[in-house]
Design a protein around this ligand. Structure first.
Ligand SMILES: [Zn+2]
Length: 192
């Protein structure tokens, strides 16, 4: 899909957003990458902005320009991950103060905070999550290197494997958002 920045009126915004959600989910399934967009409200019009960066398990959405306020963010999750928000998704939702919608396989789930959520605590959890995720990635890279290398050291590989197992346990802990589920209002739409 081409990068887009669209200006639409009050009466067409809903249609446009649903169409783009469909397009993004199709693109995401085809290329296995996350994508999305940001919807900003100005005076009598809306701006729909493309992502700044797309990645395999993350997407970066732009901020709204001056004079516009963020009203909705949309991003896809690829089929290999769940349609639940990550702790970093929840942090961005609190940070942008906009409704957050996640699309996967034709299903769109939107979230809004309900009740008090301590944004500082969520920011810390999101940072820890990103750190552990990076650590898991680099451990996997190291193990791949060892297994593919000429001088394969069994002891070294075993040590790295057990480190990876511990890290994965930690990853499961830091990615758990069960305690926040009753603080999120959830709406589900089938649009595929
Ligand atoms: Zn996400």
């Amino acid at each position: 899909m081409e990068a887009f920045a669209i200006r639409v009126g009050e009466d067409e915004v809903r249609d446009k957003v649903v169409k783009l959600m469909k397009k993004c989910m199709e693109e995401s399934e085809k290329y296995g990458k996350e994508t999305g967009f940001m919807v900003c409200r100005g005076e009598g019009e809306y701006l729909i902005l493309p992502p700044e960066k797309k990645g395999y398990d993350e997407v970066e959405l732009p901020s709204c320009p001056e004079g516009y306020e963020p009203v909705l963010t949309f991003h896809t999750h690829t089929s290999s991950c769940s349609d639940e928000p990550t702790i970093t998704d929840i942090y961005s939702m609190l940070d942008t103060k906009a409704k957050m919608c996640i699309g996967r396989g034709g299903k769109v789930t939107c979230y809004l905070p309900e009740g008090e959520i301590d944004i500082e605590e969520i920011r810390e959890r999101a940072e820890r999550f990103l750190k552990v995720k990076e650590e898991v990635k680099s451990l996997i890279d190291r193990i791949n290197e060892i297994l593919g290398g000429a001088e394969y050291e069994k002891d070294e590989a075993l040590r790295d494997f057990s480190e990876l197992l511990d890290k994965l346990k930690e990853y499961r802990e830091v990615s758990n958002i069960d305690d926040l589920k009753d603080k999120l209002r959830k709406e589900v739409y089938e649009i595929g």
